[in-house]
Write a protein that binds this ligand. Structure first.
Ligand SMILES: Nc1ncnc2c1ncn2[C@@H]1O[C@H](COP(=O)(O)OP(=O)(O)OP(=O)(O)O)[C@@H](O)[C@H]1O
Ligand SMILES: [Mg+2]
Length: 631
C-alpha cells in the first residue's frame, strides 16, 4: 500500500477515536470505563502489562521491551516491580523522580524513548485512553473540577480517588466561560504526541547562565498583559513549559544532574507534592512520570555533594547495567547494523558472536569461585550448560558482584569498529578476524582505556580468537562430512550397540554374515579417548551412558545424538579426527589436484547453502582453517 494511503487511513482512524462531550457525559463514560481516570503512573504500568508478560527461568520478561532491549530482563523486572508497579498503586515512589543510572550506551535512552513512543500508541487504545478539559494547555484532568468537599462522595460512588487542584486558568474559565456550571465544561479525548507537545515532553539543559526556568514551567506572555490587565491573570500566562506539556504523561529529563540547582528545586516540589509553582499563581497540580538518566560517575559526584541531599531523597535510582549475555549482545549488534547504512554488507557467520564474546568478557568480573574461569562464567550467564555447574551456581556467581555490568566495552564502540572495518576492507564482506583486529586496533584510540585495562582487554581478544578458531574448525569439518548429522548418528548408534553388548557381556551379530562377534573394543576406545576417558574409567562411562538411555526410555523420551553432552563431544571429535588429514591437505594445498578441487568446491557450496556464508567468506574461512590445522 502506498504511504499516502496509509497516512490517510491513520488520520481516519484517529478521527474515529475522537470524543468530545460535557463533564456530565464524561462522568457517564467513567461509569463504563473507570480506568480512563487512572493516574499517569498507572497508565504506564498498564501499558507494560498489557503488552504481555512471560516468565523464563524465574525472571519475568516484559514483552513491551523485548523487540528492542536485549538481555536486560532482570533490570527491567526490577524497574517495574520496584517503581512502576508500586507507583501505579499510588504508593509514595510515584512522587520520586526516576533516575536510570548506567554505563554509556547501555540502553537508557532507548528505554525512555520506548516508553514515550509506547505511551503515544497506548493513548490510541481503549485501555490507554486519556481525557482532558478541552482547550486547557496542560490537558488538565477533568476530575479536578470536582470540589474538594465532594470528593469523598465521588469516591464512594465511582470508586475513583481524585488528587490535585483545579489550575488557576481552568478555575477562571469555569467562572467566565461556563458560569460556574461544572457539568457543562467541555471534555475531550487527547492523544499523546511528543511532536504536538501533548503529554510527552523532553527537557535538556543548555547553558546554565542563559537557560530560563520558563522552559520548564512556562512564562508570562507580556504581549497579553495589556489585554488582561495584570501579570497574575492566568490568561496572560503561557503554560507551555515542558512540565506543563508533559502533564498526564511523561517527561524525560536529559542530563538532569548537569542541570542548575534552581531547576532541580522546581522538580523537588513537583515530585514531593505533585505540584509546581509557575509565575504568580497558586501551585499547579501535575500528574506525570519524570524520568532522568545519568552515568555512575556523575551520580557519585552528585550524591557526594551535601547540598543535594534533599533532592537525593526524592530520587529513585534504578541501575541499568550492560547486558551480560553474549547471545543477546549479538542481537544488539544485529539490530544496530540493521538500522544503519551498512546493513547490506555480508557479515560472515559467527562474526558478531565472536565480537560479543569479547565485549561480554570485558564486562564480567573475575569469579571468586575457584573452579570457574571467565569463559565458563560467560557461558553460564548465557544459559549454556557447563559441565559440573547448575542454576544455583549462576546465582552464587551473580551474588559475588551485585554491581556487575557497570563497566566494560559499550555496544556503540563495537559498532563503530565494525563500520570502520567495512569501510576499510572495500570488499562487501567481513569476518570475525577482521572485526577482532579492528577491535584491537581501536583500543589504542579509546580515550577511557588505561594501559592496564588495555592489556586485560588484549587478553580477552586472544580468548575470543581462540573460541573463534574452534568454531571455525568445527564449521569446516562439518562441511566436509557429506551429511554431518547423519554420520554422527550412525557412529553413535554403532558405539551404543557395542557398549550395550559390552555391559551385558553379550555378543553382536554381524549384519552381513550373521556371525556372532565380540564388541569392538578398538572402536569404543577410539571414541572415548577423544574426551580423555582412561582405560580404568571406561567401564564406568559406558555404564553411565546405558543408565542415561534407560532413564530417557522410562520418561518416554528419545535418546539421541544431543542427549549426552560428553558423548556428543566424543563423537564429534572422533569424526573430525578421522577427517583431519583430508581437511588439512585439501584446504592448504597450493596446487590442488582435480579431486581436491572438487572437494573444495563442494565444501564451499555447502558453506554457502547451509551455513550462511558467501563465496568470499567461505573461501576465507577455508584458508584460515587450513593454516590453523598446519600449525
Ligand atoms: N541492552 C540493549 N539492548 C538493545 N540495544 C541496546 C542495548 N544496550 C545498548 N543498546 C543499543 O546501543 C545504542 C546506544 O544506546 P542508548 O543510546 O540507549 O544508550 P544510553 O544508555 O542512553 O547511552 P548514553 O549514556 O551514552 O546516553 C542504541 O542503539 C541501543 O539500541
Ligand atoms: Mg542516552
Amino acid at each position: 500500500m502506498d504511504i499516502l494511503k496509509k497516512i490517510e487511513m491513520f488520520r481516519e482512524e484517529e478521527e474515529k477515536l475522537r470524543w468530545e462531550g460535557s463533564f456530565a457525559d464524561y462522568l457517564q463514560l467513567l461509569k463504563e470505563k473507570p480506568w480512563v481516570a487512572q493516574s499517569a503512573h498507572s497508565r504506564v504500568y498498564n501499558m507494560l502489562k498489557d503488552a504481555g508478560i512471560t516468565e523464563e527461568k524465574g525472571t519475568k520478561k516484559y514483552e513491551f521491551f523485548s523487540n528492542q532491549l536485549f538481555g536486560l530482563e532482570e533490570s527491567l523486572e526490577r524497574l517495574v516491580e520496584e517503581y512502576f508497579h508500586p507507583a501505579a498503586k499510588r504508593l509514595d515512589v510515584r512522587k520520586r523522580i526516576l533516575l536510570l543510572m548506567g554505563p554509556v550506551s547501555g540502553g537508557k535512552s532507548t528505554l525512555v524513548t520506548m516508553l514515550k513512543r509506547g505511551l503515544e500508541a497506548y493513548s490510541l487504545t481503549d485501555r490507554g485512553s486519556v481525557f482532558a478539559i478541552k482547550g486547557c494547555p496542560m490537558h488538565e484532568d477533568p476530575l479536578h473540577l470536582i470540589p474538594h468537599h465532594l470528593r469523598k462522595d465521588f469516591h464512594e460512588e465511582y470508586g475513583i480517588r481524585i488528587e490535585g487542584n483545579l489550575s488557576p486558568l481552568n478555575m477562571m474559565r469555569l467562572e467566565q466561560e461556563y458560569g460556574g456550571r461544572i457539568e457543562d465544561v467541555l471534555v475531550e479525548r487527547i492523544f499523546f504526541s511528543e511532536d504536538k507537545r501533548t503529554g510527552i515532553g523532553t527537557f535538556s539543559p543548555s547553558d546554565p547562565k542563559s537557560q530560563d526556568i520558563a522552559d520548564l514551567t512556562g512564562s508570562i506572555d507580556f504581549s497579553t498583559i495589556a489585554e488582561f490587565g495584570s501579570e497574575s491573570d492566568p490568561r496572560a500566562y503561557r503554560f507551555d513549559g515542558e512540565l506543563n506539556k508533559a502533564n498526564r504523561g511523561m517527561m524525560e529529563f536529559q542530563e538532569m544532574l548537569k542541570c542548575d540547582e534552581k531547576f532541580l528545586w522546581h522538580l523537588l516540589s513537583l515530585t514531593q507534592e505533585g505540584n509546581f509553582k509557575a509565575g504568580r499563581f497558586a501551585l499547579i497540580s501535575a500528574d506525570e512520570l519524570i524520568v532522568a538518566h545519568t552515568n555512575e560517575t556523575e551520580y557519585r559526584s552528585f550524591i557526594s555533594n551535601k547540598k543535594n541531599e534533599a533532592l537525593h531523597s526524592r530520587i529513585i535510582v534504578m541501575p541499568i547495567p550492560y547486558n551480560l549475555k553474549a547471545s543477546q549482545e549479538e542481537r544488539i549488534y544485529e539490530k544496530m547494523i540493521n538500522e544503519s547504512d551498512v546493513s547490506d554488507v555480508h557479515i560472515a557467520p559467527h562474526t558478531l558472536k565472536v565480537a560479543a564474546m569479547f565485549t561480554i568478557l570485558t564486562r564480567l568480573k573475575e569469579p571468586k569461585k575457584g573452579d570457574v574461569d571467565l569463559l565458563k562464567k560467560m557461558r553460564l550467564y548465557d544459559g549454556e550448560s557447563v559441565e559440573g555447574f547448575n542454576m544455583a551456581d549462576i546465582d552464587e556467581l551473580k551474588k559475588e558482584y551485585p554491581d556487575e555490568g557497570m563497566s566494560g566495552i559499550d555496544p556503540r564502540y563495537v559498532i563503530n569498529r565494525i563500520s570502520s572495518t567495512i569501510i576499510r576492507k572495500e570488499v562487501p564482506s567481513i569476518n570475525a578476524l577482521d572485526v577482532l583486529r579492528s577491535l584491537k586496533d581501536g583500543l589504542d584510540q579509546h580515550p577511557s582505556i588505561t594501559a592496564e585495562l588495555r592489556e586485560r582487554y588484549m587478553n580477552y581478544i586472544s580468548l575470543a580468537r581462540k573460541e573463534y578458531d574452534n568454531i571455525a574448525k568445527n564449521e569446516v569439518q562439518k562441511a566436509f562430512v557429506y551429511s554431518y548429522e547423519e554420520s554422527a548418528k550412525t557412529l553413535m548408534d554403532n558405539y551404543l550397540d557395542n557398549v550395550e553388548a559390552y555391559c551385558n557381556k553379550s555378543k553382536l551379530r554381524d549384519q552381513l554374515t550373521g556371525e556372532e562377534i565380540n564388541p569392538d573394543e578398538k572402536l569404543m576406545r577410539s571414541i572415548e579417548e577423544q574426551i580423555g576417558i582412561s582405560e580404568n574409567a571406561k567401564k564406568a562411562f559406558r555404564e553411565e551412558v546405558l543408565i542415561r538411555i534407560s532413564a530417557f526410555a522410562r520418561k518416554g523420551k528419545r535418546f539421541d545424538y544431543n542427549s549426552h553432552d560428553r558423548l556428543r563431544e566424543a563423537i564429534q571429535k572422533k569424526l573430525f579426527a578421522d577427517l583431519k588429514d583430508v581437511v588439512k591437505i585439501t584446504t592448504s594445498s597450493k596446487t590442488p589436484d582435480e579431486q581436491q578441487l572438487k572437494k573444495i568446491n563442494n565444501v564451499v557450496a555447502r558453506l554457502i547453502d547451509e551455513h550462511g556464508y558467501n563465496s568470499t567468506s567461505a573461501n576465507e574461512l577455508l584458508r584460515y582453517v587450513g593454516s590453523l590445522l598446519n600449525r
